[in-house]
Design a protein around this ligand. Structure first.
Ligand SMILES: Nc1ncnc2c1ncn2[C@@H]1O[C@H](COP(=O)(O)OP(=O)(O)OP(=O)(O)O)[C@@H](O)[C@H]1O
Ligand SMILES: [Mg+2]
Length: 293
C-alpha cells in the first residue's frame, strides 16, 4: 500500500520532513486539517462545512478542499454549482483561481473531481506544473480543511499524510468505531503517524461521546504503542442537521441555535486553542507533501 501511495518514509516510518520549500517570501503558515472516518456517512462533510463556518466567524480565512468523489459533496450540501474543478487545472484548461468557488462568509471551496484521484498518478513533470499553479492560491488562507472520502483508499491516506492535523469522525455505531480504528492503524503502522484527534458525531450526549472516546482509546493504547489520541468533543444527534442538508445550507447558517451548531462552535474553539506544536508550513509546503515532490 505504501508503495502505491509512493510517499517517502523515514527509517522509523514517519513521513520525511522537507524543511525548506522555497515558496515566495512572506507566506504565512497555514493549518491543514484532514477530516476522515473509515466508515461512510458518519457526518464528515457536515463536520467540515460547519467547522469551516465556525472558523470563518472567528475571523479565519478558510479553504475547503473537497477530496471526496462520493455523492454528498460539499458543493451539493451548500447548494453551489461549480463549473470547474481540479481536473480542469490538471489538464491546463483553468487557473486555480477560476476553479475556487465562494461559499458562505469568506469561505472558499475547491470542488471535488476525479482530479483528486489523479493526484496519485501524476508524472513528476505534471506534479511540478501543478505545484506552480497551486502556488497562486496561498494569498489569504489561515486554515485548509480537507473533506476526504470514506474508506482507506490511497487518496484518503495521501491527504491524511500531507495534512498537519488528522481529525477522525466516529459515530456510536460499532462499525464506525472499527473502521475508524482500521484507518488509524494503517496510518500508524505503515506510515508512522502518531497523532490523531477524535470527534464523536451523532452522539447521545457529552457523556456518551466521552465513553466512545474511552473505548477506542483503550484499544489504541493497548495495541498501538506511542499513539496519541485526543478527544475533540461530541456533536449531538440533532434533527436540525438533516433539515439544513435539505435546505442546502450549513447548519450554523440555517439553525444557529441548534444544539449541534453550538457543539460545532465549541469544537472549533477547542481546535483553535489546541494547536499542535508542529511547525506548520505554508500552503505550498502542504501541496509539496501532497504531491510528494
Ligand atoms: N449530528 C448529526 N445529527 C443528525 N444527523 C446527522 C448528524 N451529522 C450528520 N447527519 C446526517 O448524516 C448524513 C451523512 O452526513 P455526511 O454527508 O456529512 O456524511 P459523510 O461522512 O460526509 O458521508 P460520505 O462518507 O458519504 O461522504 C446526512 O444526511 C446528515 O444529515
Ligand atoms: Mg462526505
Amino acid at each position: 500500500m505504501d508503495q502505491a501511495v509512493g510517499l517517502r518514509k523515514k527509517g522509523n516510518g514517519a513521513l520525511e520532513s522537507e524543511c525548506c520549500f522555497p515558496g515566495p517570501a512572506l507566506q504565512k503558515p497555514v493549518r491543514v486539517l484532514a477530516v476522515s472516518s473509515g466508515k461512510g456517512g458518519v457526518g464528515k462533510s457536515n463536520v467540515v462545512i460547519n467547522l469551516a463556518m465556525a472558523f470563518d466567524r472567528m475571523g479565519q480565512k478558510v479553504l475547503i478542499m473537497d477530496a471526496d468523489l462520493g455523492l454528498a459533496n460539499i458543493d451539493v450540501l451548500l447548494g453551489l454549482a461549480p463549473r470547474y474543478n481540479l481536473s480542469h487545472v490538471l489538464n491546463g484548461q483553468k487557473r486555480i483561481e477560476e476553479v475556487l468557488v465562494n461559499g458562505p462568509g469568506q469561505i472558499k471551496i475547491m470542488p471535488a473531481s476525479s482530479g483528486v484521484q489523479e493526484l496519485t498518478k501524476l508524472t513528476d513533470d505534471q506534479k511540478l506544473l501543478l505545484l506552480e499553479l497551486l502556488d497562486g492560491i496561498e494569498t489569504d488562507i489561515d486554515i485548509l480543511l480537507i473533506d476526504t472520502s470514506a474508506g482507506i483508499s490511497d487518496t484518503v491516506l495521501y491527504f491524511n499524510l500531507a495534512a498537519h492535523e488528522k481529525i477522525v469522525v466516529v459515530t456510536p455505531e460499532p462499525t464506525s468505531l472499527t473502521d475508524a480504528y482500521a484507518l488509524i492503524k494503517v496510518l500508524y503502522s505503515k506510515f508512522g503517524e502518531r497523532h490523531f484527534r477524535l470527534l464523536v458525531n451523532s452522539s447521545a450526549g457529552e457523556a456518551a461521546g466521552k465513553a466512545i472516546f474511552a473505548k477506542i482509546s483503550k484499544v489504541a493504547d493497548h495495541f498501538l504503542d506511542g499513539l496519541s489520541l485526543d478527544y475533540l468533543g461530541a456533536i449531538p444527534y440533532d434533527a436540525s442537521v438533516p433539515k439544513a442538508v435539505i435546505q442546502q445550507k450549513a447548519l450554523l447558517e440555517a439553525f444557529p441555535k441548534a444544539p449541534a451548531a453550538k457543539a460545532f462552535l465549541s469544537i472549533a474553539e477547542n481546535i483553535w486553542r489546541t494547536q499542535p506544536s508542529v511547525n506548520h508550513g505554508t500552503i505550498q509546503f502542504f501541496w509539496k507533501r501532497l504531491l510528494n515532490v
